[in-house]
Design a protein around this ligand. Structure first.
Ligand SMILES: [Zn+2]
Ligand SMILES: [Zn+2]
Length: 197
Protein backbone atom coordinates (compact mmCIF):
# COMPACT_ATOMS: atom_id res chain seq x y z
CA UNK A 1 0.00 0.00 0.00
CA UNK A 2 1.12 3.54 -0.69
CA UNK A 3 1.80 6.19 1.94
CA UNK A 4 -1.34 8.03 0.86
CA UNK A 5 -3.56 4.95 1.19
CA UNK A 6 -2.09 4.05 4.59
CA UNK A 7 -2.52 7.62 5.82
CA UNK A 8 -6.16 7.72 4.65
CA UNK A 9 -6.84 4.48 6.48
CA UNK A 10 -5.21 5.57 9.73
CA UNK A 11 -7.03 8.94 9.64
CA UNK A 12 -10.30 7.04 9.31
CA UNK A 13 -9.51 4.92 12.37
CA UNK A 14 -7.99 7.75 14.45
CA UNK A 15 -10.75 10.21 13.62
CA UNK A 16 -8.70 13.15 12.35
CA UNK A 17 -5.71 14.07 10.27
CA UNK A 18 -2.84 15.32 12.43
CA UNK A 19 0.97 15.43 12.34
CA UNK A 20 0.94 12.35 14.59
CA UNK A 21 -0.84 10.32 11.90
CA UNK A 22 1.72 11.33 9.30
CA UNK A 23 4.63 10.55 11.62
CA UNK A 24 3.08 7.29 12.82
CA UNK A 25 2.42 6.03 9.29
CA UNK A 26 5.92 6.95 8.10
CA UNK A 27 7.52 5.53 11.24
CA UNK A 28 5.70 2.22 10.70
CA UNK A 29 6.53 2.01 6.99
CA UNK A 30 10.20 2.60 7.79
CA UNK A 31 10.18 0.16 10.71
CA UNK A 32 8.51 -2.62 8.73
CA UNK A 33 10.82 -2.13 5.75
CA UNK A 34 13.86 -2.23 8.02
CA UNK A 35 12.91 -5.62 9.46
CA UNK A 36 11.90 -7.09 6.10
CA UNK A 37 8.14 -7.22 6.61
CA UNK A 38 6.04 -6.30 3.58
CA UNK A 39 2.62 -7.74 4.39
CA UNK A 40 2.02 -7.16 8.13
CA UNK A 41 -1.73 -7.78 7.97
CA UNK A 42 -1.49 -10.78 5.64
CA UNK A 43 1.22 -13.38 5.29
CA UNK A 44 3.53 -11.73 7.86
CA UNK A 45 0.78 -11.34 10.46
CA UNK A 46 2.29 -13.83 12.89
CA UNK A 47 5.84 -12.58 12.43
CA UNK A 48 5.60 -9.16 13.97
CA UNK A 49 5.45 -7.49 17.36
CA UNK A 50 5.62 -3.75 17.93
CA UNK A 51 6.62 -1.89 21.09
CA UNK A 52 5.25 1.65 21.26
CA UNK A 53 6.76 4.11 23.70
CA UNK A 54 3.96 6.70 23.57
CA UNK A 55 0.21 6.74 23.98
CA UNK A 56 -0.38 9.59 21.58
CA UNK A 57 -1.88 10.18 18.11
CA UNK A 58 0.97 8.34 16.37
CA UNK A 59 0.20 5.16 18.32
CA UNK A 60 -3.10 4.77 16.45
CA UNK A 61 -1.27 5.12 13.15
CA UNK A 62 1.21 2.42 14.17
CA UNK A 63 -1.71 0.13 14.98
CA UNK A 64 -3.46 0.92 11.72
CA UNK A 65 -0.40 0.33 9.51
CA UNK A 66 1.01 -2.74 11.27
CA UNK A 67 -2.27 -4.37 12.28
CA UNK A 68 -0.68 -4.94 15.70
CA UNK A 69 -2.89 -4.31 18.73
CA UNK A 70 -2.96 -4.71 22.50
CA UNK A 71 -5.83 -7.15 22.15
CA UNK A 72 -3.78 -9.42 19.90
CA UNK A 73 -0.79 -9.02 22.22
CA UNK A 74 1.20 -7.95 19.18
CA UNK A 75 1.45 -4.35 20.40
CA UNK A 76 3.26 -3.68 23.67
CA UNK A 77 2.83 -0.33 25.36
CA UNK A 78 5.94 0.89 27.16
CA UNK A 79 5.01 4.03 29.05
CA UNK A 80 8.20 6.00 28.31
CA UNK A 81 6.65 9.17 26.94
CA UNK A 82 8.95 9.02 23.89
CA UNK A 83 8.01 9.33 20.23
CA UNK A 84 9.54 5.98 19.37
CA UNK A 85 8.53 2.46 18.44
CA UNK A 86 10.38 -0.81 17.99
CA UNK A 87 9.45 -3.24 15.25
CA UNK A 88 10.39 -6.88 15.76
CA UNK A 89 10.47 -9.62 13.14
CA UNK A 90 9.79 -12.79 15.13
CA UNK A 91 10.97 -15.06 12.31
CA UNK A 92 14.41 -13.51 11.88
CA UNK A 93 14.84 -11.83 15.25
CA UNK A 94 15.67 -8.57 13.53
CA UNK A 95 14.46 -5.52 15.46
CA UNK A 96 14.75 -1.79 14.88
CA UNK A 97 13.78 1.11 17.07
CA UNK A 98 12.56 4.14 15.13
CA UNK A 99 12.81 7.44 16.99
CA UNK A 100 11.18 10.68 15.83
CA UNK A 101 13.78 13.44 15.70
CA UNK A 102 13.11 16.39 17.94
CA UNK A 103 14.46 18.88 15.40
CA UNK A 104 12.07 17.75 12.63
CA UNK A 105 9.65 20.40 13.85
CA UNK A 106 12.21 23.13 13.21
CA UNK A 107 13.09 21.69 9.81
CA UNK A 108 9.41 21.44 8.87
CA UNK A 109 9.05 25.22 9.12
CA UNK A 110 11.33 25.72 6.11
CA UNK A 111 9.20 23.60 3.78
CA UNK A 112 6.04 25.69 3.71
CA UNK A 113 6.90 29.21 4.87
CA UNK A 114 3.78 30.47 3.07
CA UNK A 115 1.44 28.47 5.32
CA UNK A 116 0.75 30.65 8.35
CA UNK A 117 -0.79 28.06 10.61
CA UNK A 118 2.17 26.31 12.26
CA UNK A 119 0.27 23.08 12.71
CA UNK A 120 -0.81 22.97 9.05
CA UNK A 121 2.72 23.70 7.87
CA UNK A 122 4.10 20.94 10.06
CA UNK A 123 1.51 18.48 8.80
CA UNK A 124 2.21 19.21 5.13
CA UNK A 125 5.97 19.19 5.65
CA UNK A 126 5.97 15.83 7.42
CA UNK A 127 4.22 14.35 4.39
CA UNK A 128 7.10 15.20 2.07
CA UNK A 129 10.14 15.29 4.36
CA UNK A 130 12.67 12.47 3.81
CA UNK A 131 12.87 9.78 6.50
CA UNK A 132 16.40 10.90 7.47
CA UNK A 133 15.02 14.27 8.52
CA UNK A 134 12.22 12.72 10.54
CA UNK A 135 13.70 9.66 12.21
CA UNK A 136 16.70 7.96 13.68
CA UNK A 137 16.84 4.20 13.24
CA UNK A 138 18.55 2.07 15.87
CA UNK A 139 19.14 -1.63 15.44
CA UNK A 140 18.24 -3.33 18.73
CA UNK A 141 17.94 -6.71 20.38
CA UNK A 142 14.60 -7.51 22.02
CA UNK A 143 13.89 -10.46 24.24
CA UNK A 144 10.21 -11.35 24.38
CA UNK A 145 9.23 -13.60 27.27
CA UNK A 146 7.02 -16.64 26.56
CA UNK A 147 4.27 -15.14 28.78
CA UNK A 148 4.24 -12.03 26.60
CA UNK A 149 3.70 -13.88 23.34
CA UNK A 150 0.32 -14.07 21.59
CA UNK A 151 -1.66 -17.24 22.27
CA UNK A 152 -3.41 -18.77 25.24
CA UNK A 153 -2.42 -17.62 28.75
CA UNK A 154 0.35 -19.81 30.12
CA UNK A 155 -1.12 -19.75 33.62
CA UNK A 156 -3.72 -18.18 35.84
CA UNK A 157 -3.16 -17.58 39.56
CA UNK A 158 -5.55 -16.47 42.30
CA UNK A 159 -4.39 -13.46 44.32
CA UNK A 160 -4.09 -14.43 48.01
CA UNK A 161 -5.27 -10.97 49.11
CA UNK A 162 -8.17 -9.87 46.88
CA UNK A 163 -9.11 -13.23 45.39
CA UNK A 164 -9.07 -11.96 41.82
CA UNK A 165 -7.37 -14.01 39.11
CA UNK A 166 -4.14 -12.96 37.43
CA UNK A 167 -3.13 -14.30 34.00
CA UNK A 168 0.08 -14.31 32.06
CA UNK A 169 2.50 -14.52 35.00
CA UNK A 170 1.75 -10.98 36.16
CA UNK A 171 1.49 -12.12 39.79
CA UNK A 172 4.08 -11.20 42.41
CA UNK A 173 5.31 -13.61 45.09
CA UNK A 174 5.87 -12.30 48.60
CA UNK A 175 6.36 -14.31 51.81
CA UNK A 176 5.08 -17.38 50.00
CA UNK A 177 1.92 -15.62 48.87
CA UNK A 178 0.85 -14.95 45.32
CA UNK A 179 -0.37 -11.37 44.93
CA UNK A 180 -1.77 -9.32 42.09
CA UNK A 181 0.22 -6.16 41.36
CA UNK A 182 -2.21 -3.72 42.99
CA UNK A 183 -2.22 -5.80 46.16
CA UNK A 184 1.58 -6.06 46.10
CA UNK A 185 2.10 -2.31 45.77
CA UNK A 186 -0.17 0.60 44.97
CA UNK A 187 -2.70 0.22 42.21
CA UNK A 188 -4.23 2.92 40.02
CA UNK A 189 -7.51 2.37 41.87
CA UNK A 190 -8.82 1.98 45.38
CA UNK A 191 -12.27 0.81 46.38
CA UNK A 192 -14.63 3.81 46.53
CA UNK A 193 -14.43 5.54 49.87
CA UNK A 194 -10.77 4.66 50.38
CA UNK A 195 -7.90 6.99 49.65
CA UNK A 196 -5.39 6.23 46.95
CA UNK A 197 -1.90 6.90 48.20
ZN1 LIG B 1 -4.39 12.98 16.23
ZN1 LIG C 1 -5.02 -8.81 44.66
Amino acid sequence: MTFKALLDESVKIHGHLCPGQVLGVKMSMLGLKSIGIDDPKGKDKKSIIVFVEMDRCATDAVQSVTGCSLGHRTMKFMDYGKMAATFVNLKTGKAVRVIAKEDSRQKAKKYFPEIENKYEAQLEAYKIMPDEDLFDVMEVHVKIKPEDMPGRPLRKVKCDTCGEYVQDAREVYRDGKALCRPCASTGYYAPAGKDIL
